[in-house]
Ligand binder design. Structure first.
Ligand SMILES: Cc1cc2nc3c(=O)[nH]c(=O)nc-3n(C[C@H](O)[C@H](O)[C@H](O)COP(=O)(O)OP(=O)(O)OC[C@H]3O[C@@H](n4cnc5c(N)ncnc54)[C@H](O)[C@@H]3O)c2cc1C
Length: 375
């Protein structure tokens, strides 16, 4: 039986970028994906790289900003290794709040020129806009490039077969059991996004096939506390290619332009279990909110609508690092920011797993902050 240095569960942007980073250190990696790689939250995302302090938890700020800074290099590397183009746009974001921003914020985030010049099609908002020096990316291009780059770097894939359980032998991670087979590795990383909490464990002692006493292992196994948070969005073809050039974000809706003339309108945040159906009335509300901002979008043809499942956690922070089972790690729960946080997650987790110096303080994101739960 082949043994990998690391098995990663889940081929979303988090699992893929971690696989690439681990391959750089010479580690052999297998990514086990229940469906098709890169077709869940990482495919459904808008792709804003939003690290503005008012909009993210304060304990995530340093990691978010560090990750945003890594993006140009991250994209360059993926483009280079995959031969695919990724639409990374540095145009910036216009943020419109529900109330007048305080003066300090307006001074620290001034518009570089008038709003009419920046976005002529934008209806003058009720409150002044802040300008954020943010980038955005097309997550589908990003994920496709990450799949190709991971393959190019020699990562192995198993697709269409879910991991059912983490195998634990003598109290340590020993691999995964899927629906069809087993894969052996002393390092297993749970990057299964919204589904991360569904993965249980099989515990054995030595080569003995008998399960260890349940209470012993259940006390130590970390059941990852993620839950799905549904997001519906739609995509239209702008009547003029550059009708909207910046990301425009308000408390009700956001607009994300792509360089090919598409515009994403998003997104809801719903507690709806694992349901990924779109609802016409909900999409209509999003579209109306977009028309209120940019009336010329009335002529925009709807190209597509979809829903995806963000990996939410009880405290809205990701879960990054070791679990109480030696060799079993979690890198998930990135909620609304997994596209943004992919490069820093990959670098930090790869150095943690390979025993190197961890460049970032991950203490706010440890599994240990949650109670130890039975698997
Ligand atoms: C509508 C919407 C808009 C968003 N907008 C943004 C944004 O603008 N900016 C941003 O940074 N983030 C955004 N996000 C969040 C972002 O999409 C996620 O945080 C990120 O994609 C999480 O990546 P992931 O790899 O952890 O999860 P996923 O991409 O969901 O990947 C997890 C993978 O694990 C696989 N898997 C699950 N269970 C198993 C199993 N048992 N065995 C094997 N494989 C398994 C799944 O099939 C999946 O492929 C948005 C999300 C949504 C839904």
């Amino acid at each position: 039986m082949r043994i990998w240095d690391a098995v990663i569960v889940g081929a979303g942007i988090i699992g893929l970028s971690l696989a690439i980073e681990l391959r750089k250190t010479g580690v052999s990696v297998l990514i086990v994906e229940k469906g098709e790689p890169g077709r869940e939250a990482s495919w459904a995302a808008g792709g804003m790289l939003a690290d503005f302090g008012l909009e993210i938890p304060s304990s995530l700020q340093a990691l978010a900003t560090a990750s945003a800074r890594l993006y140009p290099e991250f994209v360059h590397e993926l483009e280079d290794e995959s031969g695919l183009k990724i639409d990374l746009r540095p145009e910036g974001t216009l943020l419109i709040l529900n109330e007048d921003p305080d003066h300090g914020l307006q001074e620290s985030h001034p518009l570089p020129t008038s709003l009419e010049t920046l976005e002529p099609a934008l209806q003058t908002p009720a409150h002044p806009a802040l300008f954020l020096n943010e980038q955005s990316v097309d997550p589908r291009h990003l994920t496709a490039a990450a799949i190709a780059a991971a393959r190019h770097r020699g990562a192995d894939f198993s697709s269409g077969d879910p991991v059912l359980a983490i195998e634990i032998i003598d109290g340590k991670a020993a691999g995964v059991r899927t629906n069809r087979t087993r894969f052996a590795s002393a390092v297993v990383v749970n990057c299964a996004g919204a589904w991360a909490g569904q993965i249980g464990y099989d515990a054995r002692v030595g080569t003995d096939a008998s399960p260890v006493q349940a209470e012993h292992t259940s006390a130590a196994f970390f059941a990852v506390p993620t839950r799905p948070v549904k997001g519906q969005m739609l995509c239209v073809a702008m009547p003029e290619k550059n009708l909207v050039r910046h990301v425009v974000r308000t408390p009700n809706v956001y607009l994300i332009p792509r360089s090919d003339g598409r515009l994403l309108i998003g997104a809801t945040q719903e507690e709806a279990g694992f349901d990924k159906q779109t609802v016409p009335q909900t999409l209509q509300k999003l579209r109306q909110a977009a028309l209120d901002l940019v009336p010329k979008l009335a002529d925009a043809r709807i190209l597509e609508a979809w829903a995806g499942l963000r990996p939410g956690t009880p405290d809205k922070l990701p879960i990054l690092g070791a679990t109480p089972t030696p060799g079993y790690y979690a890198a998930t729960g990135h909620f609304r920011d997994g596209i943004l946080l992919a490069p820093i997650t990959a670098k930090s987790m790869a150095s943690l797993i390979s025993g190197g110096e961890c460049l970032h303080d991950l203490s706010a994101f440890t599994a240990a902050r949650f109670h130890l739960l039975a698997g």
